[in-house]
Design a protein around this ligand. Structure first.
Ligand SMILES: [Fe+2]
Ligand SMILES: [Fe+2]
Length: 390
């Protein structure tokens, strides 16, 4: 599995297309299991003082009352017409594919002979791929929060994390069922996403699991689910995402509330390690959206011009990718990660064009807008950065 090994991300390598492409996953090499070494200690605590951390305790009480059942609360009898859904979402795809359609005019382009049929197929494959990555990411969250139960030293956090393990099991379950019964199978995990999950699981420091999973991966997922929920016309997918998001907002809040306390007492050197970890995670998440596995399945042998076109698209064509950071940046700010060490992370987020989100409401404060009792309008207002833009 050498090409699954994480590449070290430095300033020079972050935009190295060959390095990005050297990491691939294909259907042919799909294994049934993957073993990742967890290097963290399991911690018992003998301090059972419930509510010592009131905000975590409140979150735990809320989680107990917010459980739902993926089998019975979602209407699985709904017939899903994937072609129709992709057709109806084609405006979004057009924006996302703009750098690619431009590429189609170039000599030797992989899209040279593509007609409506192929572009439609790309839409279907991309949707399947996206939901597959959500499913794999949910399993990552399931494993990461099981790890947090073991490694966090605070009883209130262990209690809360235990509820999240159940939430994540339900999320894996519903995404897997949707892919299995409403779409045609699924995609293997994207290698950049896997590398990020490996980092989160392997690290011996318990707070890195929180930073990688609760702040970065779940922050991005919350924004991505919000988009898809707004854009999809398909009622079952809409319903499924609505339920999942009601849990996810709590998960991101759990990360913010826990790390806030811990980071207050950290040295600058320790904080700088967290800044670097956060930025590496951001680069891996950017790379995961390059859809490498889709190009492979569409029969394109040399994806380099496609990766290049996507990475170097005009800023307005990257609006979607930028908006995915609308939850991450304000939460990093709340944790003091932007400005520590002479603003290293602020500079990095400025370089990748996402710093403008820093003053949006952080998830530690806004998570109740996602409750199932809230209206779709309330939730969309919280979920959409556009609705908050000053
Ligand atoms: Fe989840
Ligand atoms: Fe989650």
């Amino acid at each position: 599995m050498t090409d699954l090994a994480a590449r070290d991300i430095t300033d020079e390598s972050a935009n190295d297309i060959d390095a990005i492409l050297a990491m691939t996953n294909t259907d042919e090499r799909r294994d049934a299991i993957l073993t990742v070494q967890n290097n963290a200690d399991a911690i018992f605590t003998w301090n059972y003082q419930k509510g010592e951390r009131p905000r975590l305790n409140k979150l735990y009480e809320k989680a107990k009352h917010s459980q739902w059942d993926g089998e019975t609360d979602l209407d699985w009898s709904i017939d899903v017409d994937v072609d129709k859904m992709v057709e109806e979402m084609s405006i979004t795809a057009e924006v996302q594919n703009a750098p690619l359609t431009r590429l189609a005019d170039e000599p030797g382009s992989p899209f040279r002979n593509w007609g409506d049929k192929e572009w439609h197929e790309l839409g279907v494959e991309s949707l399947n791929w996206q939901l597959s990555q959500f499913m794999h990411g949910e399993q990552g969250a399931l494993i990461a929060t099981a790890k947090i139960v073991e490694t966090v030293p605070w009883i209130d956090a262990k209690y809360y994390a235990a509820t999240q393990v159940m939430d994540e099991a339900r999320h894996v379950e519903v995404f897997a069922k949707y892919l299995d019964t409403k779409m045609a199978g699924n995609y293997p995990i994207n290698v950049h996403l896997q590398a990020l999950l490996d980092d989160v699981i392997e690290d011996s420091r318990w707070d890195m699991t929180y930073l990688g999973m609760q702040i970065m991966i779940e922050g991005l997922a919350l924004a991505a689910f919000g988009f898809l929920h707004m854009l999809t016309p398909e009622p079952l997918m809409k319903q499924m995402l609505r339920y999942v998001m009601s849990d996810e907002a709590r998960h991101v809040a759990f990360g913010v509330l826990s790390l806030q306390e811990l980071y207050e007492d950290m040295t600058l050197a320790e904080i700088q390690e967290r800044q670097e970890f956060a930025f590496e995670a951001a680069v891996r998440m950017r790379d995961r959206f390059l859809r490498q596995e889709v190009w492979h399945r569409m029969g394109i042998t040399d994806a380099k011009p496609i990766i290049d076109a996507q990475l170097n698209a005009a800023p307005e064509e990257k609006e979607f990718q930028r908006l995915l950071f609308s939850k991450i940046v304000p939460n990093c700010r709340k944790l003091g990660l932007l400005d520590a060490g002479e603003g290293w992370l602020r500079e990095k987020f400025t370089e990748i064009g996402v710093i403008e989100f820093e003053h949006l409401e952080d998830t530690g404060a806004e998570f109740t807008s996602y409750d199932l009792e809230s209206s779709d309008e309330e939730m969309n207002a919280a979920a959409s950065a556009a609705g908050h833009r000053h």
